[in-house]
Design a protein around this ligand. Sequence first.
Ligand SMILES: N[C@@H](CCC(=O)N[C@@H](CS)C(=O)NCC(=O)O)C(=O)O
Length: 220
Amino acid sequence: MTMKLYGFWRSLATYRVRVALALKGLKVEELSINLLQGKQHDDNYRAVNPQSVVPALVIDDGPPLFQSLAIIEYLEETHPEPPLLPQDARGRARVRGLSMIVACDGHPLIVPRIRTYLEREMHEDEAARNRWLQHWTLKAVEALEAHLAKERETGRFCHGDTPTMADLCLASQVFAAGYFDTPLTRAPTVKRIFDECMKIDAFDRAQPLKQPDAPKNPTH
Ligand SMILES: N[C@@H](CCC(=O)N[C@@H](CS)C(=O)NCC(=O)O)C(=O)O
């Protein structure tokens, strides 16, 4: 089996998939699509993912898989060990819910195409755009915190004592907070779980600045 992951060093959705692949011990060839240079809009990448977003995962000569949560669920079904979803339906609903706070509600508001639209179509200046990015980043962090701090299913990780899909999403959201100088002071549980995640090699090695296509002296 060969796997090709189309991604980009600072892509948070790619990060989620990269960690899932690493946790499951799957080897993948990574192909960098430079989002800062707009390469996601090139015809040859649109042939892979017509939405012009990363990640996309191509397995053997099958059709590309797209959307990070769908890809992670596919990996979970085809490579169940170690599990990234709980055994019980209620637990799976909680993990998926936490994941979606990030992947469906928080993250979509801060991606390059939204930032470009705010700038070019809405004529928002940089200060206003930064307010937007920080606001929506913090909202997702606070929503995670509200669940994690009070729910008894929270353990060393988001759901119990082993990492689940929710932790991949939480970690990606904390990288977003880093990109946009969003303090985590009001989210101590999120910060604690992030620190636990980063003790695991798969989370650490997948992090944006450790990718081969990351710049040596990055600016956000
Ligand atoms: N919901 C998608 C998000 C995909 C997405 O927006 N990816 C970003 C990078 S993290 C991207 O490629 N953006 C390109 C753009 O906005 O032009 C997922 O979870 O896979």
